[in-house]
Design a binder for this molecule. Sequence first.
Ligand SMILES: [Zn+2]
Length: 329
Amino acid sequence: MGEDVEKLKQHRSLLEYLREQNWTGRPAGRFEIVGLCPLHDETQPSFYVNSRKDVFYCHGCGHGGDLIRFVQLSRHLSFRESLAYLSSRTPPDTGSAVVLEQAADFYQQQLDQYPEALAYLRQRGVHDPALIRELRIGYAPGGKLRRHLTAQGYSFALLQRLGLIDARGADALYHRIVFPLEPSRPIVNLYGRSLGSAFAHRFLPGSKGGLYAWKKVQHYPEVILVEGLFDYAVLRQAGFPNVTCSLGTHLNSDQFRQLCHGQRTVYLAFDCDPNQSGQQAAQKLACRLSAHGIAARRVLLPEGHDPDSFFVAGGDAQRFHSLLETAQP
Ligand SMILES: [Zn+2]
């Protein structure tokens, strides 16, 4: 019985349960949230939830306890009935988008506080504050997200399920620039680019979603497709509004379908690395697109460059325009 209780509580915190019931509160101290008591009528909030201990106490009616106690009192059930009630209801999955949203907000707030993060962005050629805000670019310093989210009542189990923290409880994204996928709601994933070179790219488990910011570009007759988010950012910054990103050279079926829907020309601006892997991927993709009636052209960047490094090395919009004009069918 004790084991069952622990399992239940790990699965969902009291605050998560209260939020599912549309309870709202405001922070009142580091681990406390106060709101109107769901157990008695009141106009002044006196219902406190301690997110760390996962318990509540109401100064109005004097009731207090854990999640199971709350269910007993609010639904007039016995202890055993409350356990059965809670285990029959699995937490709704819509919660994940909300948590990713909170994580993205947190990372965004961190960015300005870490000079190394801003220096890295500059080094990659991303400097326009309006664009950084629009894309909601953030920074994961590591070791801070878990504390921030558990203080808001999100359970350890939920954060682990989403991959935001690992099995040992450490933040999964550490010393990484973070891009939410995508900047508009709902966020389906986060991409973290390491400031170092080891394990450069990292996503949370699960789908990367469709093409990045596709809604913004789907009506353009010509679309530039890049493989990385820094490529995306520098092209946007250089004044190209019709860019999208596949987050790698391999398109998932959603992404491929998006490109094939409608009439357009796709400019593939993949890496021109010495081992040719980017260009080979571009060639294959161009063939697949042509087979679906979509005109595809390969942008030939100078050897060893991707769009990001092209601009960092002094390339400008005009020179990129000429590359588009000479792109290979
Ligand atoms: Zn009360």
